[in-house]
Design a protein around this ligand. Structure first.
Ligand SMILES: Nc1ncnc2c1ncn2[C@@H]1O[C@H](COP(=O)(O)OP(=O)(O)OP(=O)(O)O)[C@@H](O)[C@H]1O
Ligand SMILES: [Mg+2]
Length: 486
């Protein structure tokens, strides 16, 4: 790894230098070749294992924990910061730099009452989902590796610690701006310093002046809208959309109790502590806007309110338009229609919503239903999903409208093949992650994890002998809800 240290060198009051503490008996549980390429690495080796398990210094690393705050479940916490994630610096890759962070690397001045550690099950889940989302083209932080150990840690019972090696284009969160607006004295200067750094590093096409700031916020609004459109289209529930977990670049960030939908359920809650369903699947678009409003509020000292509001107003149309275009690709709705594009979008959204409401009412699997729809012979009156519906006449009405919208398809096989490129066969179902974790816990066997990882790097491909991974969960794995104690 070759590092540069821009954040460390330019923003010295925005972090505390802190060294990670090694974990005993470190061993690779998982490694991502694809993530490795991003920072110019190839295969894992012993020296890297020692560095990334914090048992040896990584040459060129600076080791620091950033300070930030954030709104958690709607309430403001004035100081959070990296309590268990220690950043080594920005590793230089062939197409740009990536922060390298050891998540679970030991206590920091921001650990509050925590131990600075991550348990193996949560580290494995973060590793798997980061790479699975990337393979689905969802904007996300990445995971280079997950490293197991025999270091005991206590949650509800004794578990072992692990480290996820996270790669992120930036670790700057909405909460960084909130911290330097509310919690730190000398606010406008620090806010401006942080914003100028963000612009120079990640928005080099923008100028560090009023016009650049205004356009920057528009781009943050839109990248957030785009990220959430991806989540809704792929059926991903994040679970903890606090503003400290919202990346300023619109990358999915901080994986705790997340879930991919098995059964489609608009009000599905994956987080055991989310009693009111604040972060339920169907709430995510609205929460995205709420979070952006909190960011806007923190920016009022440096960006005029009218500009902030104008940008916020682009959120909903931008999200809808990304969502509809992702769903069109899944369902095979082409866009070269003679209707006005806004009207077409409205009608398509209605068609898509009727479809998901039927999935919800009939308790059908989200990804498998879409995959099946993509294999329909569009000229035939018969759709494979019809048999799964209780209200067949409702489905028939919808299917007729759908057929009319798809129109004539000259080459049905090619159309179906296209659909398969947009409707994954394999997703990271919670029960699959759980099975991989149980094998590691009980048998020290990571082969399921490796198999799952391989499978999820090609989620759209038929893969021989892997069909069982595409099945709906068994009874024990239905609607698994995860706790935050990670
Ligand atoms: N075991 C722990 N020890 C110390 N601090 C912790 C621990 N778990 C969570 N925290 C801190 O609590 C706050 C909220 O935690 P949250 O689960 O959102 O983040 P995280 O998963 O630890 O890290 P990140 O957001 O970097 O992915 C953060 O400041 C985090 O660093
Ligand atoms: Mg977090």
């Amino acid at each position: 790894m070759r590092f540069k240290q821009d954040f460390f060198e330019q923003l010295d009051s925005f972090y505390t230098q802190v060294y990670p503490q090694g974990i005993s008996n470190p061993h690779w549980l998982g490694w991502s070749d694809d993530a490795a390429k991003l920072i110019g690495l190839e295969k894992p080796n012993d020296a890297l294992l020692m560095q990334l398990s914090a048992n040896a210094a990584a040459p060129g690393a600076s080791y620091y924990a950033q300070v930030y705050s954030g709104h958690q479940f709607g309430g403001y916490t004035p100081r959070l910061g990296d309590g268990r994630s220690i950043i080594l610096g920005e590793a230089i890759g062939p197409n740009g730099a990536w922060d390298v962070a050891l998540k679970g690397g030991g206590p920091t001045p921001y650990s509050r009452h925590g131990d600075g550690r991550a348990v193996m099950r949560s580290a494995v889940r973060e590793f798997l989902v980061s790479e699975a989302l990337a393979a689905l083209s969802v904007p996300t932080s990445r995971a280079l590796a997950v490293i197991g150990s025999d270091l005991p840690v206590w949650r509800e019972s004794q578990e072992t610690a692990a480290i996820t090696v996270r790669l992120a284009k930036s670790h700057i969160r909405f909460g960084h701006f909130e911290y330097f607006c509310y919690s730190e004295k000398g606010a406008p200067d620090k806010l401006i310093q942080l914003l100028n750094f963000t612009l120079a590093q990640h928005f080099p096409h923008l100028t560090a002046d009023a016009a650049g700031y205004k356009q920057w916020f528009v781009e943050v609004v839109q990248s957030t809208a785009k990220m959430i459109a991806h989540w809704q289209a792929v059926g991903f529930a994040h679970g903890v959309m606090n503003t400290d977990n919202m990346s300023i670049l619109g990358d999915t960030f901080d994986f705790g109790p997340f879930a991919f939908l098995d059964t489609f359920k608009e009000d599905f809650i994956c987080n055991h502590s989310d009693h009111d369903g604040r972060y339920a699947f169907g709430q995510q678009p609205g929460i995205g806007l709420w979070n952006l409003k909190r960011l806007a509020q923190a920016l009022t000292p440096i960006i005029p309110s009218d500009d902030l509001i104008a940008a916020l107003n682009t959120y909903q149309p931008s999200l809808v338009s990304h969502y509809v275009s992702l769903m069109r690709a899944k369902l095979g709705l082409s866009t070269d229609s003679c209707l006005d594009s806004a009207e077409q979008e409205k009608q398509d959204l209605a068609l898509i919503s009727q479809f998901t409401v039927m999935l919800d009412n009939n308790q059908l699997d989200y990804s498998n239903s879409l995959r099946k729809m993509g294999q329909v012979d569009i000229s035939s009156q018969y759709s494979p999903l019809r048999d799964d519906m209780l209200n067949v006449s409702e489905f028939d009405r919808w299917y007729q409208a759908y057929q009319a919208r798809v129109g004539d398809v000259a080459d049905v096989a090619a159309w179906q093949q296209q659909r398969n490129l947009h409707n994954p066969k394999y997703i990271l179902r919670n029960y699959l992650a759980q099975e991989a974790i149980i094998d590691i816990e009980e048998k020290a066997d990571n082969s399921k994890l490796l198999q799952l990882q391989q499978l999820l790097t090609r989620p759209y491909d038929e893969q021989p002998d892997m069909d069982h991974y595409a099945k709906r969960p068994p009874d024990w794995g239905q609607g698994l809800v995860m706790s935050c104690s990670s």
